[in-house]
Design a protein around this ligand. Structure first.
Ligand code: AMP
Length: 219
């Protein structure tokens, strides 16, 4: 059975960081739909360039495009042992499509983690977040460097992290993505972690929760 994890939570909750760490430690494929879109924009992919205007306004890219991207990645051989999804699903339609893909893969159920952080803390975190213009990596939020430790690219604010867009993204989250949590909440593999704690503490609790949820499915 594979370990199939979805990291849910509002923008700024730290789900990307936790998804990356967990995937690295467990040697799973990490799929971040935001990273995929930003990389495709850097490569001037025509579909992504069309999506960019919506991303810059903090709106969602259409379900059809996002489901096609995720479906293609999840059915690749390197996703066979499991995956960690960050930024998908963001609508109930995406969640329903993901259930069908998981059924098709027939390799264990979804483990759903909700990373919870109060809104005032999200706004504070997003205001100081910086990413690398070259490789898209998130900068250390406590660091003072102005270049990326991985590739020496310049660290900049994401165009959709400015305050007006952040408020729109949080409102889109409440409107479109909160219902996804309700879609999953009654499943025995649904867990909530307090994302306002120190990242190491969140990581520790997450690891235990995911192992616990993985045991439920085989019980
Ligand atoms: P993120 O890096 O996850 O915050 O995503 C950045 C932006 O990419 C979002 O604000 C959306 O415009 C777009 N995006 C990423 N994932 C999705 C998704 N699953 N559905 C719709 N739009 C998405």
């Amino acid at each position: 059975m594979g370990l199939n994890v979805i990291m849910m939570g509002p923008p700024g909750a730290g789900k990307g960081t936790q998804a990356g760490r967990f995937a690295r430690e467990r040697e799973l494929l990490k799929i971040s739909t935001g990273d995929i879109l930003r990389e495709a924009v850097r490569e001037q992919n025509p579909v992504a360039l069309e999506a960019k205007a919506r991303m810059d306004r903090g709106e969602l890219v259409d379900d059809e495009t996002m489901i096609a991207i995720v479906r293609e990645r999840l059915l690749r051989p390197d996703a066979a042992c499991g995956f960690v999804l960050d930024g998908f699903p963001r609508t109930v339609a995406q969640a329903r499509a993901l259930d069908l893909i998981v059924e098709e893969r027939d390799n264990g159920p979804l483990i759903v983690i909700d990373v919870m952080v109060p809104e005032h803390e999200l706004v504070r975190r997003l205001a100081i977040r910086r990413i690398c213009v070259e490789c898209g990596a998130n900068a250390d939020p406590f660091g003072v460097a102005d270049t990326c430790p991985n590739c020496s690219g310049a660290l900049v604010q994401r165009p959709d992290d400015n305050q007006g867009v952040v408020l729109e993204r949080l409102s889109v989250y409440q409107r479109a993505t909160r219902p996804v949590l309700e879609y999953y909440r009654e499943r025995p593999t649904f867990r909530v972690v307090n994302g306002a704690q120190a990242p190491d503490r969140v990581a520790h609790e997450l690891d235990a929760m995911i192992d616990d949820a993985a045991a439920v499915k085989t019980a």
